[in-house]
Design a protein around this ligand. Structure first.
Ligand code: FAD
Length: 249
């Protein structure tokens, strides 16, 4: 992407190019466009989530499938979590979540396409947990994917540009422990649209500036809650603490 006249010329992998007066980067956690706005980087949240997917769960993992009963499981214990739920396509998505070093996924020595290795790892890492969960690893759709979880700094700021802005994870990547990432992203889109089409601002840059100030504030509140929830879920007494969050005695 490079500046051209008052806007941007975008270059695509297939060799084509397109001119835009305004670019709105909604290209997710690893945004290619964010660096044109700011060089502020995400930090490691302290949590890594190992993603486990199951196809045709009723057949592949009948006990977990029955336990889920179309809903979700959030299981906490010994500083670790298992979080998962039913997908719309008959599959299940689960995350084994814990607090290793940032580079655990690279340094673990695990082959993430090797079910036997991963089951052995799970039995050791979750040794205090019920064997009922082994079914997940035994029947996972390979590969399993480790995901270190990152967060944009809560106090991030930058000067608004006249022709380029960010929304969603590209702007405010946060851990998923408050279920706010997608919701915040959709709110961004609505607010940015309102600002850009309003007659309240003298320039597009002013409209972008108003949107970005409000978006950063809103996202910082959600990210703080996500980080706090992540700490709670991986702490001693997580189950009791989380039940209190949900108002369950
Ligand atoms: C485990 C987990 C659980 C979550 N649970 C929740 C939840 O319960 N509730 C909630 O609100 N949020 C949740 N989230 C967060 C949510 O998934 C994200 O915040 C949301 O998807 C961000 O939307 P986005 O559109 O900004 O980015 P994305 O969904 O990442 O979309 C970005 C899009 O841009 C495309 N793209 C990227 N680069 C390029 C490029 N160079 N050219 C063209 N296209 C490109 C990508 O292919 C993708 O389609 C969760 C996240 C995780 C990891």
């Amino acid at each position: 992407m490079n500046q051209q006249n008052e806007g941007w010329l975008l270059h695509f992998k297939n060799g084509s190019s397109a001119y835009a007066d305004i670019v709105i980067a909604a290209d997710g956690a690893n945004s290619k466009i964010r660096p044109y706005v700011t060089n502020i980087q995400a930090f490691y949240s302290g949590v890594t989530m190992v993603e486990i997917n199951i196809d045709d769960a009723q057949k592949a993992t009948p006990h977990i499938y029955a336990m889920l009963n179309g809903g979700k499981i959030m299981a906490f214990g010994n500083g670790k979590c298992l979080l998962g739920g039913q997908k719309g396509n008959g599959g299940l998505g689960f995350y084994a979540s814990f607090k290793p070093d940032e580079n655990w996924a690279i340094n673990s020595g695990l082959n993430y396409a090797d079910k036997t290795q991963l089951l052995a790892w799970f039995k050791t890492a979750y040794s205090e947990w019920s064997p009922v969960f082994y079914e997940l690893l035994e029947n996972a759709t390979m590969p399993i994917t480790p995901r270190p979880i990152y967060c944009m700094p809560l106090n991030q700021t930058w000067k608004a540009l006249p022709n380029l802005t960010l929304l969603g994870d590209a702007a405010h990547l946060m851990p998923p422990f408050a279920g706010e990432g997608a919701n915040t992203s959709m709110f961004d889109a609505v607010e940015l649209c309102d600002c850009l089409t309003s007659d309240q601002y003298n320039t597009v840059q002013e409209a972008i500036s108003f949107y970005e100030t409000s978006m950063r504030k809103r996202a910082a509140t959600a990210a703080k809650y996500s980080l706090e929830n992540g700490e709670r879920m991986h702490s001693e007494g997580a189950l009791e603490k989380m039940m209190a969050v949900f108002g369950i005695k």
